[in-house]
Design a protein around this ligand. Structure first.
Ligand SMILES: Cc1cc2nc3c(=O)[nH]c(=O)nc-3n(C[C@H](O)[C@H](O)[C@H](O)COP(=O)(O)O)c2cc1C
Length: 381
């Protein structure tokens, strides 16, 4: 695990401890300390909670402005604080958003959030820091922050069809876990802007959500293999968490010629990875071996890879082509900076031609063992 991800995990853990110790903050408050937040208001205890935990401050010493809308920059900053405001000094922050100047008060929060796969820009160049964050965006951001866990579809909202496709699972998850509730008449109002009072409530709900139960080990007769390719260690970390949660065996897909840092430099047109990307015939990567000991004994195969230019890093192709997935349940998983799983699982399924391929999941490099275990648990293996 790289430094930032360790720090991130530690910060989230310490926040969880802080939250569990400050039970008084969940109770009704007598005086919120803000002239514009009445102690009897529906959001008063949430405002007290986010203030006491240093997540949101007033707009002045005496005012919280509960009815003002929240911007995308504010939300990224609040989550960055929730993670303990880790230093970004040693991080490669990637390309800049044209509308997020390095010296702005929200730059660290936004670049940290992108680094951890929590927020995307509208495009590579634009983040829209001053745009009001919509209710479905909040659900999606918190869901990614939680490691993009699987969620049952549950009951539909009356305006379900208005929820954007990218936010659909996030809204299901948010509703199932009591993070975001609907409005009157079972309306979710996905594109509606959220007020600071609503965001305080959503954050309090999320941060005091019960930790998911640790998954039970799958039955003895369901043998699990976790096969993965990882160039820089992120996918390997997640693969390890899956093996821990399932009791499965690990198998590393290893190129005969390992990728060096120079090979992976996608900003250099002559690098190996760019050459392979531009010329499909070069993507036939030889592996040290494609054979897994006792392959026939495995019922479930988790298949992990980093996303490269929106698809599965191609060294996994060689592994998939070489093996017979008949009678196996195959569950793809990937890590990426911000892209989702996309059609990577479908493309691998086509390449394999056999096996019962599941939808799979995408994790950010900062996903914790608990996030991954919660996802494994949701699969009901
Ligand atoms: C050549 C290359 C292409 C990448 N393309 C994408 C991409 O399209 N979308 C994305 O979100 N991340 C992309 N990334 C970032 C990786 O998916 C991410 O860092 C991943 O967690 C790396 O996993 P690993 O450490 O297991 O190799 C790319 C990285 C490299 C090296």
């Amino acid at each position: 695990m790289t430094g930032i991800f360790k720090r991130f995990a530690a910060a989230v853990l310490s926040l969880a401890v802080v939250c569990s110790m400050q039970l008084t903050a969940f109770a009704a408050v007598d005086d919120t300390g803000y002239a514009d937040v009445d102690a009897g208001a529906w959001y008063a205890d949430a405002v007290a909670y986010v203030s006491e935990n240093g997540l949101m401050s007033g707009t002045s010493a005496t005012r919280f402005e509960p009815g003002s809308t929240m911007t995308r920059a504010m939300l990224a900053t609040v989550l960055y604080r929730a993670a303990g405001s880790p230093s970004l000094a040693d991080e490669n922050l990637g390309y800049p958003f044209a509308d997020v100047p390095g010296g702005s008060w929200y730059a660290d929060g936004i670049y940290w959030a992108r680094l951890n796969g929590i927020v995307d820009g509208y495009s590579d160049e634009r983040f829209g820091p001053n745009d009001t964050v919509s209710r479905e965006q909040i659900a999606a951001i918190l869901w990614r922050y939680a490691g993009s866990p699987a969620a049952d579809a549950g009951e539909d909202f009356a305006d379900e069809s208005a929820i954007s496709a990218y936010a659909a699972t996030a809204v299901d998850w948010a509703r199932a876990n009591g993070v975001v509730s609907g409005k009157e008449n079972n309306i979710f109002d996905p594109q509606g802007g959220a007020t600071r009072a609503e965001v305080a409530t959503i954050l309090r709900n999320y941060l005091t959500m019960e930790a998911p139960e640790q998954p039970e080990q799958p039955a003895e007769d369901n043998r699990v293999l976790v096969a993965y390719f990882s160039a820089t260690g992120n996918t390997e970390t997640v693969a390890g968490y899956i093996a821990d949660a399932t009791g499965g065996d690990l198998f590393e897909i290893t190129p005969a010629e390992l990728y060096t840092d120079d090979d992976l430099n996608w900003t250099d047109e002559s690098s190996r990875v760019v050459q392979e990307y531009e010329n499909e015939s070069l993507r036939d990567v030889e592996l040290t071996t494609t054979e897994v000991e006792n392959w026939d004994d495995y019922d479930t195969v988790f298949l992990g890879y980093p996303i490269w230019w929106g698809i599965a890093a191609w060294p996994v192709d060689t592994f998939v082509e070489a093996n017979d997935f008949s009678d196996k349940t195959v569950i793809p998983f990937c890590t990426s900076s911000s892209s989702g799983l996309g059609e990577s699982g479908d493309l691998l399924e086509q390449l394999a031609g056999t096996g019962d391929w599941q939808a799979g999941a995408r994790f950010s490099g900062g996903s914790s063992a608990d996030d991954v275990a919660a996802w494994v648990d949701s699969l009901n293996l």
